[in-house]
Design a protein around this ligand. Structure first.
Ligand SMILES: [Zn+2]
Length: 308
């Protein structure tokens, strides 16, 4: 991980075990049941002029996250509100810890803090100003031109959830690149262009010999003439199929061999995907049919699967 991330790892966020001591009285937090109720309460309470209202919002544009707090003289941010309520030992907690500290500071000085969710797009001016400011913090402008982004907060760490996600992405990119470059197992590559754990799923519930046959079909290392002949197996004089086709390959037998037309139609019916080798070998239902079909053709003969 350090290889890939270097310094980014050392700026990983600290996760405090508790954001607030368990006995601490946090701010009162309200989330009304719907937009209308929230809006009515907002209008009622701001009308008194007793409180100082600060509107906040966050916005993600083009890979940048902007956050804003607006305080007019008189955000649509439910998620953040919930986080304040139950933030313990979770990712992003270092931000919430700071928020909690500042709120406590205010309350200690006799200024009670209330956190309230207000709906977006309801014509609440402070809220709309916060929404606009959050967007502009990312460098976005209404006229389509870009502007400098807002300054970064003094303490900024990479969230642990982000790091985890990026590491996973990097590993997958590396795996995919290797999978493409590899010179061995090219048949497997054709049938499974990108590596995935889903391959394991199609083997689930198969008998051991069926599972082995499926592996042979997918790798094309199988007792069919084309493969046997290429490996110079004694008594295999050509790659030709008994039907006359030049190469008896997995694709030929599963999709085209006219000797087995009836059997093929009976087993695959009109299942979608039956004419596509990749689909057949990757969809559990079709793979099961392919196994049944191969066994009934008895084409593998002495080079078939030994009973386990
Ligand atoms: Zn044939």
């Amino acid at each position: 991980m350090r290889d890939k991330w270097g310094e980014a790892l050392t700026t990983q966020e600290p996760i405090p075990p508790f954001v607030t001591p368990p006995w601490q009285q946090g701010p009162k937090t309200y989330i009304d049941k719907d937009d209308e109720t929230a809006r009515e309460r907002h209008d009622r309470e701001t009308a008194t002029g007793h409180d100082l209202s600060i509107y906040t919002d966050g916005s993600g544009i083009e890979d940048r996250i902007g956050a804003a707090a607006v305080c007019p003289h008189t955000g649509d941010n439910q998620a953040a509100i919930w986080s304040v309520i139950k933030a313990e030992g979770r990712t992003g907690a270092y931000i919430l810890e700071e928020i909690a500290r500042q709120i406590q500071d205010l309350q200690d000085r006799g200024r009670p803090v209330r956190i309230r969710w207000v709906p977006a797009h309801e014509g609440i001016p402070g809220n709309e100003a916060a929404d606009m400011a959050a967007k502009e913090a990312t460098g976005w402008r209404e006229n389509g031109r870009r502007a400098p982004t807002a300054s970064e907060p003094p303490r900024l760490f990479t969230l642990r959830s982000t790091l985890k996600r990026r590491c996973k992405q990097q590993a997958e990119i590396a795996w995919n690149a290797k999978w493409r470059k590899e010179t061995k197992g090219r048949a497997t590559f054709r049938n499974t262009p990108s590596p995935t754990k889903r391959v394991l799923k199609i083997h689930k519930g198969l008998r051991k010999r069926d599972s082995a046959l499926l592996v042979q079909l997918r790798t094309e290392k199988i007792g069919l003439k084309d493969f046997l002949f290429s490996r110079k197996v004694p008594d295999v004089a050509s790659s030709r199929c008994d039907c006359g086709a030049i190469r008896q390959t997995v694709a030929h037998v599963l999709l085209h061999c006219r000797t087995h037309n009836d059997l093929r139609n009976r087993i695959f019916g009109d299942r979608p995907g039956r004419h596509n080798l990749r689909t057949i070998l990757n969809k559990p239902q079709l793979a099961t049919k392919a196994i049944e079909y191969m066994e009934q053709t008895q084409i593998l003969g002495q080079f078939g699967i030994a009973d386990a």
